[in-house]
Design a protein around this ligand. Structure first.
Ligand code: NAP
Ligand code: HSE
Length: 423
């Protein structure tokens, strides 16, 4: 019997307990051992629980971390502290650790993997990226013979759910966010989903593995979906695109480009049809070509699926044959200003002759060519101008927009969103 200590009994923690009970006999046959959740740590002992595990519940971490019969700690509290301290203490006590915590792994992964190696125990974190989608293990093992050229993915279920509901059902941002929270997709503070930082943490983990160089979330150029509104979603549709929050990691020689931004994707692009809380990750390797991983990126049971599989793997590899930190290179992070892309722009201007030519003049001075321009919605002597540029370094666009912003006739630069032409 393998005794497990569970830290956290929320959306994912309760899914783990439910899955171990539901598939008990299958898991035991596959593993040759039984799994038992011995104790569960929560913050609030008075909270009503849907699950009848009350006799196992405690609010004292020492009762779990100091229990010698517990050999595996599963951390599902989330956030930086106290999760980081508990993981460190568990590793120091010689226990294997499984976690879904992207914040801790993206910021402290190297330190913790090195500590696990020193202690001769496992540290697994499959559920930290892509929820139920197998991606960490395939990247570290099945694709290990490749040099990775590019990864591109939808890594946040909450924002993908919101954008899908806004695009397909014309729902408001607030209504869609509330639904995502109700389904258990969102972080306890959904700002991390909305502002792109959750996806940036996941991209940092994936890029560190893909490019064998430690990349941290603060190095990822990050924009959230806060600025995406229904007007842009509808213009994008008219132009044949879908707006998605896309994470990109791309190698350019000794530099890595890492960004999380909203992107207009061609309707035929494989990521454009990934809807609701589903996630997908495209990996391009120099031998395998393009492979795509797709599935439920958030939610109770899909995430529990990845956590329980990690527990099973921790049991299987408890006596060795482990992969620890694979970051043996030190690549530089590309300046986001040097990143080259097409851009969609929406501006509100005074509806007078000569305004458009002034704007295109500033674009021309900064070596920006325009692929499409149209004017819409004339009202109260103002006009909405929508433009799509050809490929341009981001810093050229920023310089042009600084000039344009200073024009008296430009009332607002409403949106600046990247455009991906490939499908
Ligand atoms: P959650 O529903 O908010 O549950 C958190 C649990 O941790 C609760 O049981 C809470 O106790 C307990 N907790 C919080 N602070 C604590 C503290 N200081 N000491 C002891 N216990 C504490 O979170 P979740 O959605 O299950 O997420 C857990 C982890 O999985 C996070 O790292 C998250 O990013 C990751 N993850 C989540 C999903 C998803 O779809 N939800 C998917 C992939 C990864 P109480 O019950 O008493 O409040
Ligand atoms: N809040 C995260 C999301 C949970 O929406 O993708 C899965 O990591």
């Amino acid at each position: 019997m393998i005794q497990i200590g569970l830290l956290g009994f929320g959306t994912v923690g309760s899914g783990v307990v439910e899955l171990i009970q539901k598939n008990q006999s299958t898991i035991a046959k596959r593993l040759g051992e039984n799994l038992e959740i011995k104790k569960i740590l929560v913050r609030n002992l008075n909270k009503k629980r849907l699950f009848s595990s009350e006799e196992k519940i405690t609010d004292d971490p020492a009762k779990i971390l100091g229990d010698n019969e517990i050999s595996i700690i599963v951390e599902l509290i989330g956030g930086d502290e106290p999760a980081l301290t508990y993981i460190r203490e568990a590793l120091l006590a010689g226990k294997h650790v499984v976690t879904a915590n992207k914040e801790v792994i993206s910021k402290h992964g190297k330190e913790l993997l090195d500590l696990a190696q020193k202690q001769g125990v496992n540290l697994f974190f499959e559920a930290s990226v892509g929820g139920g989608i197998p991606i960490i293990r395939p990247m570290k093992q099945c694709l290990a013979a490749n040099e990775v050229i590019k990864i591109m993915g939808i890594l946040n279920g909450t924002t993908n759910y919101i954008l899908t509901q806004m695009t397909e059902k014309n729902k408001s941002f607030e209504e869609a966010l509330w639904e995502a929270q109700k389904e258990g997709y969102a972080e306890s503070d959904p700002a991390a989903d909305i502002n792109g930082s959750d996806a940036a943490r996941k991209l940092a983990i994936l890029s560190s593995i893909a490019f064998n160089s430690r990349i941290t979330p603060d190095q990822v150029y990050t924009e959230g979906i806060d600025s995406v509104n229904l007007i842009d979603i509808n213009y994008a549709k008219e132009l044949g695109y879908r707006i998605k929050l896309v994470a990109i990691g791309k190698r350019h020689g000794n530099e890595v480009e890492v960004s999380v931004t909203p992107i207009l994707l061609k309707e035929k692009h494989p990521l454009a049809s990934v809807s609701d809380a589903f996630n997908a990750i495209l990996v391009e390797g120099n031998a395998v070509g393009r492979v795509m991983f797709y599935g439920q990126g958030a939610g109770k049971m899909p995430t529990a699926s990845a956590v329980v599989a990690d527990i099973m793997d921790a049991v299987r590899t408890r006596s060795g044959n482990r992969i620890y930190c694979t970051c043996y290179d030190e690549l530089n992070i590309m300046n986001p200003g040097h990143s080259i892309s097409r851009f969609y722009l929406r501006l509100r201007v005074t509806d007078k002759p000569g305004v458009l030519s002034k704007i295109s003049g500033a674009m021309g001075e900064n070596q920006i060519s325009l692929s499409q321009v149209f004017q819409k919605n004339t009202m109260d002597h103002t006009a909405e101008i929508v433009m799509v540029t050809y490929e341009v370094p981001f810093e050229n666009l920023q310089n042009a927009l600084e000039e344009i912003k200073a024009y008296r006739q430009v009332e607002e630069i409403s949106s600046v969103i990247r455009v991906e032409e490939e499908s």
